[in-house]
Design a protein. Structure first.
Length: 352
């Protein structure tokens, strides 16, 4: 772990580096090319981009979709490690906190794998080793054969109390929603822990960005819970720190989707959420809505990064954009392997 410098945060330097990295992200034209390729062709295409080192390093061990996925995640971890190497002072701390989202992702990925009795190699291919968990700890989670074992492993982490409390609800309902919501809550509330609004503009912008993520995550989680049909109290897994709702209000709105949509249209995110809310009103499932919600968050993060270029916002916007690139390429490779049509694959992508 890098020692945090007492010097002032180097926003200008880090954001200049981030701007250069953003310029290498895949364009819509790149995605249109990939959709017409098979997994092997996708890997070869990646070899001619900034994924070259990872594809070459892993090409002897993997091929097809596995090569694509392992290369994507290795590249992602490298780029986010670079962010921490570049940053000093408080900026380092803010980035390190934010990248714990990949600890959140890895826990949920392992739990889903155990729940669905997935092959270990398939689960491992989905992991993103870019958070604070060590490789050794992640391997111990992969070795677990029951969800209870994972809960026990997490006892000494920031997720421990939350998942232990949610495990009983998981046992009673047979669903992963209580555990997944509890993991999200531990992550986001950990991000906000000890942060006081007002001392400086940098902190205020950090909070503003995270409040948007928390609001969007609460919306996603409460709709998943309400549509699951299970007897789950939405307020129980409410994530504090957002702007739009308190726990009781969100729980009430969970049973009234029309009122929830109306409240969101009138909110500070209304113009960004129009497409997502239209999708929710006409969709039979949450998939289209969640993709539109991801797009809205990307647009909001880009807005903050342009309005406040000398802040942590451009860094977080880059993290979201890079993660979305990885998700899009992986969705294309998996879709091609599964024999989906180009239109079906395109529905799985989040494009700005």
């Amino acid at each position: 772990m890098k020692v945090i410098s007492s010097d002032a945060s180097n926003y200008e330097y880090v954001n200049a580096r981030v701007k250069t990295r953003r310029a290498t992200l895949f364009s819509e034209e790149d995605y249109r090319k990939l959709i017409r390729m098979g997994p092997g062709e996708i890997a070869r295409y990646m070899e001619e981009t900034e994924y070259e080192d990872e594809v070459n390093a892993l090409g002897a061990r993997y091929d097809g979709v596995n090569l694509v996925e392992y290369a994507l995640h290795a590249n992602l971890a490298k780029h986010f490690d670079d962010l921490l190497q570049w940053a000093d002072g408080k900026l380092y701390d803010l980035i390190a906190r934010y990248l714990r989202k990949f600890d959140d992702w890895n826990i949920k990925t392992v739990i889903r794998g155990i729940y669905s009795d997935a092959d270990r190699e398939l689960v491992e291919a989905d992991l993103i080793r870019a958070g604070e968990f060590s490789d050794r700890f992640i391997d111990r989670m992969l070795d677990a054969t029951t969800i209870e074992e994972v809960v026990d492993l997490l006892s000494d982490t920031m997720f421990g109390d939350a998942v232990e409390e949610a495990y009983q609800d998981h046992e009673e309902t047979g669903l992963l929603i209580p555990l997944e919501n509890a993991i999200d809550r531990a992550y986001y509330e950990g991000l906000m822990d000890g942060i006081i609004v007002g001392p400086d503009r940098a902190t205020d912008l950090y909070v503003d960005f995270l409040q948007a993520e928390i609001d969007f995550r609460n919306i996603r989680n409460v709709l998943r819970a309400s549509r699951s049909g299970a007897d789950i109290d939405p307020a129980k897994y409410y994530i504090s720190g957002g702007r739009l709702f308190d726990a009781s209000t969100l729980a009430q709105l969970a049973g009234n989707p029309d009122e929830l949509i109306a409240r969101l249209r009138d909110s500070r995110y209304g113009d960004k959420l129009d497409e997502a809310l239209d999708e929710l009103e006409r969709a039979d499932s949450l998939i289209g809505f969640e993709h539109a919600l991801d797009k809205a968050l990307l647009e909001y993060s880009d807005h903050l990064s342009h309005v406040f270029p000398l802040s942590v916002c451009p860094v977080f916007a880059y993290v979201l954009a890079k993660q979305r690139e990885v998700d899009n390429i992986r969705a294309i490779a998996r879709g091609r392997e599964a024999g989906l049509s180009e239109d079906q694959i395109e529905e799985e992508l989040v494009l700005l």
